[in-house]
Design a protein around this ligand. Structure first.
Ligand SMILES: [Zn+2]
Ligand SMILES: [Zn+2]
Length: 153
């Protein structure tokens, strides 16, 4: 395996079976069409959009409706298997990952995203809550950079 392959290998830490198990924990049945969408999202090496999934599946699974794709992606996002992130161009995209609090480092040249679980927000949330009396519900942090492969190119 070349270094390029390692960097771009599709989410080896998550399988279709694991995602089906997460859905089942949340009370969702995994129908055939949903399974097709799950298999599709696991193929992406980079953050992807719902429109991309629709377009890619239209070729291989013409019977699969656009609404099913959108609904399945929404469900996957709601159980935290998909995260919405902001790309360097400002457009949002989905990325697959193990459920749990995480952020992403995104290459501004090739678009490949690396997830990290370290979160610097804890103390800030505490002091913001104290100073503003807001009930803090969440935050988004994206980190942009140039990956080693793009630096070498
Ligand atoms: Zn890159
Ligand atoms: Zn965080």
């Amino acid at each position: 395996m070349t270094q390029q392959d390692q960097i771009t290998s599709p989410n080896p830490e998550l399988t279709t079976d694991q995602i089906v198990a997460v859905l089942s924990q949340h009370g969702y049945r995994t129908t055939g069409p949903r399974q097709t969408v799950i298999a599709e999202v696991l193929r992406y090496h980079k953050p992807f959009t719902a429109e991309q999934v629709v377009a890619d599946l239209r070729v291989r699974e013409p019977s699969l409706g656009r609404a099913t794709v959108y609904r399945t992606l929404e469900i996957l996002a709601s159980v935290d298997v998909l995260t919405r992130l902001l790309q360097p161009d400002g457009h949002s995209a989905y990325v697959v990952g193990v459920p749990g609090h995480r952020h992403h480092l995104i290459c501004s040249q090739c678009g490949i995203a690396v997830a990290f679980t370290q979160c610097p927000m804890g103390e800030l949330v505490t002091s913001l809550t104290r100073d503003t009396d807001y009930e803090i519900q969440g935050h988004m942090i994206e980190v942009f950079g140039v990956c080693p492969t793009c630096q070498a190119a």
